[in-house]
Design a binder for this molecule. Structure first.
Ligand code: GLY
Length: 576
């Protein structure tokens, strides 16, 4: 019996089901029919496909796609941002996690977003130069390249240089978002208007084609001089000059000392399947596993029945309350990962759930009234598998759409607004409506808590069967969870699993005395009227929101691989 099969059998017997953050051993994958890239934008997908066809591996393709989406999909990705990646390596027999999340600058302080009355000035953490954490993308890609890359660094950046220099197609979804955010940034609080020069980003022209000449120059410098150019070279100087203009905090020392971190992924079991996802400073993996552990203590309920949605809302209240209390950067807070992902803990936590009655969210834990600025999570996820079974699940973000809206003048890229992912004040929600505690308070050098959940799913036999992830702020966890459930519990094809309607609950109500479930406002993803009526009868309020998430996923069955992009936004799949 192979080690992975033995481990899988033992886990089925419940002997290792409680183990969370540990190394993972998997059987070597067979040679697949083809490699595949599922990306949130079709030109970037094609960049990845071309790298695979040229003989690059999945990580080479991931680096090239990361720089490409940073160009074509700036709403949710950028070299001014950061992210998380899982890499399944069939040769080494393990999965590793790369954390290239932004860090708080050295000058950051716990109360930096509070006004003189001690109240949160929410816009300051989204639209000012103070909103930006030290970007992690470029050194993240360099760490990946050093460990797994086979093609030259410059060759992997060249496609993005070409897109930025020669121009790329602007699809209707992207054009719509540029117009929407252009209007939002133009109307932003006047304190920030001078520095948010969003239109600078488009000075290469914008109709159905767009180029970003300053970004092309920056990418060329990074390609020619290496990743340190961003952190200690001319690009670093341009970032610091932008900080000086806007009274931001990022210094040359902050940039020079930024480092990505290799981490052990989070691992759990759900009905015999192994789920591997991102550890802290993301909450994604821990909350996903805690959720699945609680769900597993109930019988499977009919898909999208009022009972199924009610059960998931009840679980969400409990896991999001735990997220708020316990999760943060493990370098600064003692995060009880093992306890939160323990099956016994989940069993005990699920005991209070009544399938016929709602629990008042306030009785689980009360939050302050929200200060909500925005609702959309404009992050970016792509998944890649090559013919040798090397697989990448990557979620990257600027936080809010186009980040802070501040363009680094002369460098052609936007700065993230990741500082808003910290808890500016205990119990006060951030832009995603999630709260936090001391574990996620601001501190110099600390990484803000995330919901990003790049994930891999293994069959009971130990084979990698699903690679997936999504944008969407706190809704990421619900999105990834529901696609996994559609696939495992309801046996849907990957395309169906991604296309089925989604819903979301995250516990602290925006208004007191309410218990809101978010449902999608697009008729294509509508739940049955009878289901909605039954949920309202139970006392839930239904909150119609933009389509939830944007999943790019890959399914592996034997030697066959299929990539899927989400119809909710735009996207593409390219094959080797
Ligand atoms: N900025 C969204 C997240 O990391 O969850």
């Amino acid at each position: 019996m192979s080690i992975s099969r033995l481990l899988s059998t033992l886990s089925l017997a419940g002997l290792i089901g409680l183990v969370a953050a540990c190394g993972t051993v998997h059987r070597s994958a067979p040679l697949l029919e083809r490699g595949v890239v599922a990306a949130p934008e079709s030109q970037a997908a094609e960049v990845g496909g071309e790298i695979l066809r040229r003989g690059g591996n999945a990580v080479d393709a991931a680096i090239a796609v990361q720089f490409a989406v940073s160009t074509t999909n700036a709403i949710g990705a950028g070299i001014g941002g950061g992210g998380f990646m899982l890499i399944h390596d069939p040769d080494a027999g393990d999965v590793v996690a790369l954390d290239y999340r932004e860090t708080a600058p050295d000058g950051a302080r716990r109360d930096m977003f509070l006004n003189e009355d001690g109240e949160v000035d929410a816009l300051l953490s989204v639209h000012s130069a103070l909103a930006a954490g030290v970007p992690g993308t470029v050194r993240g890609m360099a760490a990946l390249h050093e460990r797994y890359g086979t093609l030259p660094w410059a060759e992997l950046i060249q496609p993005a240089i070409d897109l930025a220099e020669d121009g790329f197609r602007v699809d209707p979804w992207t054009a719509g978002k540029i117009a929407e955010y252009g209007a939002k940034f133009a109307a932003v609080d006047e304190r920030f208007r001078e520095q948010i020069e969003f239109q600078l980003y488009f000075r290469g022209g914008l109709e159905d084609r767009m180029s970003i000449p300053d970004l092309a120059k920056t990418l060329r410098r990074i390609a020619e001089r290496g990743p340190d150019e961003f952190y200690t070279g001319q690009t670093a100087d341009l970032i610091v000059e932008e900080m000086d203009r806007g009274h931001g905090l990022i210094t040359k020392e902050d940039l020079a000392s930024y480092r990505p971190v290799w981490r052990e992924p989070i691992e759990g079991q759900y009905r015999g399947y192994k789920i591997v996802s991102m550890p802290p400073p993301s909450s994604g993996g821990v909350i996903l596993i805690e959720f699945l552990n609680m769900l597993e203590t109930f019988d499977r309920l009919p898909l999208h029945s009022p009972e199924q949605i009610h059960l998931q809302a009840e679980i969400a209240k409990r896991v999001f309350a735990d997220r708020a209390e316990y999760l943060g950067d493990p370098a600064f807070a003692d995060v009880p990962v093992g306890a939160l992902t323990n099956k016994e803990y989940a069993r005990a936590r699920a005991k209070g759930i009544d399938l016929k009655r709602r629990t008042d969210p306030g009785s689980i834990k009360a939050g302050d009234l929200p200060v909500r600025v925005d609702t959309d999570g404009q992050t970016t996820h792509f998944s890649i598998v090559d013919r040798n079974g090397l697989a990448v699940s990557n979620t990257t973000t600027m936080n809010t759409g186009y980040g802070s809206g501040i363009v680094v003048d002369g460098a052609g890229f936007l700065l993230n607004s990741q500082m808003n992912d910290f808890s500016a004040k205990p119990g006060v929600p951030n832009v995603y409506g999630v709260t936090g505690s001391e574990a996620n308070e601001i501190a110099a050098g600390k990484r803000p808590l995330s919901s990003m959940s790049p994930t891999m799913v293994y069959s009971p036999e130990g084979d990698l069967v699903l690679v997936l992830g999504s944008p969407g702020g706190s809704t990421i966890i619900s999105t990834v969870l529901q696609v996994i459930l559609h696939s495992i519990d309801y046996d849907r094809s990957l395309a169906e699993a991604v296309d089925l309607p989604r819903f979301h609950h995250q516990w602290p109500p925006l208004l007191p005395e309410t218990d809101p479930i978010s449902i999608e406002d697009d008729g294509r993803y509508a739940l049955a009227r009878s289901t909605l009526d039954a949920l309202m009868e139970l006392g839930y309020t239904l909150d119609e929101v933009e389509p939830i998430g944007d999943v790019q996923a890959i399914q592996i069955r034997g030697r066959d691989v299929t990539g899927v992009f989400d119809r909710r936004r735009t996207g593409g799949v390219a094959y080797q």
